[in-house]
Design a protein around this ligand. Structure first.
Ligand SMILES: Nc1nc2c(ncn2[C@@H]2O[C@H](COP(=O)(O)OP(=O)(O)OP(=O)(O)O)[C@@H](O)[C@H]2O)c(=O)[nH]1
Length: 299
């Protein structure tokens, strides 16, 4: 007997694209049902490509984060735009996430332009619908429909979960048939080091405000499993002495707080006791220097 359509297992890669703060991390967390990626109210915390894997009985979704599309003036931005273009091209589906604004945001149009240069089918998730009246949605949907780039436009609230199941079902239907790309118990193919760095970054963002996180790069220098606990040595690179001072704080108070909060989260994540050592360093021009961008994994 031929298997029914619904019995065919599907799997593939979904590239998540969207401006900072539209709710990509929140959506990934809602889909996965646990806190895996980093959610903060500050923009651009997900600078590297996060891969999250959601395995269901009938399908496996591999979610790739696409870096924001910036004016490619600096080497860092050029590297990010190149990664973005490749992520979109390599995916099975592009999922653009945005908010219901009266007019389409300029940066969304840039992403739509990039989508047009790929052969990848695209879906639009209109997030944060809990923040607008239902009648405000229709004109927004029409604006995006006119671009003729999206196979589906799905209103959702990533925060409250509305529409997320529908969205996932649409994505599953669009995936090619095929076996799971990753073993079932694997949530992410990114090394633990990456998550450790993201957790430290998140705490820096939470505790220092807008400016500092953009100017820092967090690198896990070593990760040793000892008998009693895991010893982790992390370097936080800043561009200037003034930023280092803010990060360290009066009498070392700031870095201590960041370290304590990050350690707790890392322990929750690894389910093991951790000793976290944070070192703040001044590495001038790290965002401008291509060699260092490569070293830090941005290229
Ligand atoms: N009201 C409302 N707020 C939301 C919704 N989804 C996300 N948010 C909020 O929007 C803010 C940004 O969400 P994130 O998930 O961090 O956004 P992001 O797109 O991953 O941001 P970057 O890491 O900067 O790319 C957070 O304060 C979320 O709580 C939603 O459906 N409704």
């Amino acid at each position: 007997m031929e298997p029914e359509q619904s019995q065919v297992f599907r799997s593939g890669i979904v590239a998540l694209a969207g401006r900072p703060n539209v709710g990509k991390s929140t959506l990934v967390n809602t889909i996965l049902g646990r806190e895996l990626s980093i959610v903060t109210p500050k923009a651009q915390t997900t600078r590297n490509r996060i891969t999250a894997i959601h395995t269901m009985p009938e399908a496996q979704l591999v979610l790739h984060d696409t870096p924001g599309i910036h004016d490619p003036k600096t080497p860092l931005n050029r590297a990010l735009v190149a990664i973005a273009a490749k992520t979109l091209e390599d995916a099975d589906i592009i999922l653009l996430i945005t908010e219901p604004l009266e007019e389409i945001h300029r940066e969304d149009l840039q992403i739509v332009d990039m989508i047009g240069k790929t052969r990848t089918p695209a879906v639009l998730a209109l997030n944060k619908i809990d923040t607008v009246k239902p009648q405000a949605l229709l004109p927004v949907i029409e604006n995006f429909n006119r671009l003729e780039r999206f196979e589906e436009i799905v209103p959702i609230s990533a925060l409250h979960g509305d529409g997320v199941t529908e969205l996932v079902n649409i994505l599953i239907r669009m995936l090619p048939p095929g076996p799971a790309l990753f073993p079932e118990d694997e949530i992410s193919d990114l090394p633990v080091r990456f998550f450790v760095a993201e957790i430290v970054r998140e705490q820096i963002t939470r505790m220092t405000g807008e400016e500092i996180p953009y100017k820092t790069s967090v690198v896990v220098e070593s990760f040793k499993e000892e008998s009693e606990r895991i010893l982790i040595h992390v370097d936080v690179h800043t561009e200037r002495d003034s930023q280092k001072k803010i990060l360290i704080g009066k009498g070392g108070r700031m870095i201590k707080q960041i370290g304590i909060a990050a350690r707790k989260k890392i322990e929750d994540f690894l389910e093991a006791p951790v000793r976290l050592e944070l070192f703040v360093k001044v590495t001038p021009n790290w965002t401008k220097n291509e060699r260092m961008l490569r070293e830090f994994g941005y290229m």
